[in-house]
Ligand binder design. Sequence first.
Ligand SMILES: [Zn+2]
Length: 355
Amino acid sequence: MCTRHSIHCFIPPYILEHMAQSPLERVRALAITNLASGAAFVAFRMSAQAMPTLLAQKSPDGTKNRLIYDAKGTNSLPGTLARAENQKATGDAAVDEAYDGSGDVYDFYEQLFQRNSLDGNGMTLVSTAHVAEVDFQGEFVPMNNAFWNGQQMAYGDGDGIVFKRFTGSLEVIGHELTHGVQSFTSNLTYQGQSGALNEHFADVFGMVIRQWKEGTAVEDASWVVGKELLVPAPTRRGIRDMEKPGTAYANDPELGDDPQPATMAGLYTGPKDNGGVHINSGIPNRAFVLTAKALGGNAWEVAGRIWYETMLQLHSSSQFDDCARITVQVAGNKRYGAAAKKAVKAAWKKVGITV
Ligand SMILES: [Zn+2]
């Protein structure tokens, strides 16, 4: 299902491909299912026909409105309503994390950028927890992924061997919902460099939302995406490392080696992963971290604002050069201070892009 352009899966296909070679039979079977769940996708698409009426629902004042559903270990979306806005915690960790996390994402965009939900117009935030997919025997198995399908979020519970539940990292929720924001703004095509920029902005705001929520300044911040999703092992620290692309996992029996390049010299130009959307995002990710570290303080205050303004100015076919040029232009606005433009320019230069 993750090969469809309208579906943004958190776990890249090359990780699942590696897992499909795992020595552990259970891991292998789940990975193959996840890669090949065409039948499951049909179910997702069919049930998504019920969505427009859901999306039309808004809170009485047109502001934050969350609906969290429970797929109860099936692939039926949206599933059964488990928690609506202002209802108290259910005690189900995945449902409550989806509720809290989507609320944090809403609050971040609203308080920092005066953006009312993903579409800027109070769109209801719909999430489904406990999503499964169908294996080759026709049985439901926990999904080793989370995705945004253009209308809602879906979270799997993970296999418990490599992955834990996908609601466990706030930056993953922020990442997926930022794909939603982008679908209403730059709408960067999910292929090649424009697709890597789509992944990049999702990683940037996912991580900045977490830092904002936790009140973490740049000097104390972690840039490792998805740490809590992984069952710990010495060979893995996360799914991506925005500061040191290509080092999140190495020689891992299930995940393999992190393929992200840290500079343009390592740009991936092959066909897999929609032309490297989750691979080449390492390059702009590092430029963002270098900028945030050079400026110090809180990443959401200057670097995050420059990147948000840039995201709104890009269009569907923008490339890395366009993104770099616009961040430098935006940073030149005097409200960001004299140091900002210099810092942004120097950061892009370090990853091999001269503006
Ligand atoms: Zn993504």
